[in-house]
Design a protein around this ligand. Structure first.
Ligand code: TA6
Length: 287
């Protein structure tokens, strides 16, 4: 079942319920901000208790869409970090409750006078979301203009973890990464544990990745993605963020399915590119 809802301030979102899972999706930014499979005792995605739900402000949590650039704009510091897709109004163009176990939604963002002020290209951006016992998000960029353009992008997934000091990220062993904090390059040795602020852009990533939590494994599979970003702001940075509480960092971890830095995608006129993340959980045998 798909129900249109509004917060008291008029912020619109959709509530999706089927036999496998429940989810909530804001039309602003096509931003999925809640998802929980009924097979899992905890939500898959983390959402800040202090998040904004206001026009033009990104929600802190869920899966923000960073597009058409990831991070700070490469040349113009006046442009919004992570692009504009996550704060613009999208339209729901298709919905299909394939069966009682699965719901599919397609949302669209197209170039507009507002977007052309920020980025001078004609485009169509589609997000297809499949909500079932897994969560699948597929972001397809189409070049509707007469010139090629290059996009960097991310499905910037915030995952709920039981205790950040007890998780590890597997699948990045030997991967080259840029540490954005020290602006240095290095190679990941073994699993990644989080015991301080971490903000690493991994290149040439081979999926799947996994977050090993106390009693579950979160598996992140992807297609069309060559990079991955692992981010936790830790306490000091969290305290500088109005939409994070001081203890927020203890139960969240971003493992983002991206094409960042040198992994930007050049799309010819008439061409398209899809970035897809398939997210699932499985219980960790405590034996
Ligand atoms: O997750 C990587 C990152 O680029 C971090 O550097 C941090 O800025 C994070 O994204 C959140 O960015 P935001 O603009 O949503 O506050």
């Amino acid at each position: 079942m798909i129900t249109r809802k509004q917060l008291n301030n008029g912020f619109e979102y959709l509530e999706i319920v089927n036999r496998s899972a429940q989810a909530s999706l804001a039309l602003q930014g096509a931003h999925l901000f809640k998802y929980q499979s009924y097979a899992d005792p905890a939500p898959l995605l983390w959402l800040s208790r202090a998040s904004y739900f206001q026009k033009g402000k990104a929600i802190r949590g869920g899966v923000p869409i960073c597009w058409p650039w990831f991070g700070k704009h490469p040349t113009d510091p006046g442009l919004p970090q992570h692009g504009f897709a996550r704060t613009m109004p999208w339209e729901l163009i298709a919905q299909n409750e394939t069966d009682a176990q699965q719901t599919e939604l397609v949302l669209r963002l197209q170039d507009s006078p507002d977007s052309l002020k920020l980025w001078s290209h004609n485009f169509e951006l589609l997000l297809k979301i499949s909500i079932g016992d897994r969560l699948i998000l597929s972001l397809t960029t189409s070049n509707r203009g007469s010139k090629p353009f290059t996009v960097t992008s991310a499905l910037h997934s915030y995952f709920m973890v039981s205790d950040i000091s007890r998780v590890e990220v597997k699948g990045l062993d030997q991967a080259l990464f840029i540490d954005t904090l020290s602006r240095s390059e290095s190679i990941q040795r073994g699993s990644l544990v989080i015991d301080k602020e971490v903000d690493r852009i991994f290149q040439k990533v081979r999926y799947p990745l996994a977050i090993i939590d106390r009693n579950r494994t979160i598996t992140i599979n992807a297609t069309g993605s060559s990079s991955a970003v692992v981010w936790n702001p830790w306490q000091t940075k969290s305290m500088t963020m109005a939409d994070m509480n001081r203890d927020s960092y203890q139960t969240m971890l971003c493992v983002e399915t991206t094409n960042a830095l040198a992994d930007g995608q050049k799309i010819a006129p008439g061409g398209k590119h899809s970035l897809t993340a398939a997210l699932s959980t499985s219980p960790l045998s405590t034996g």
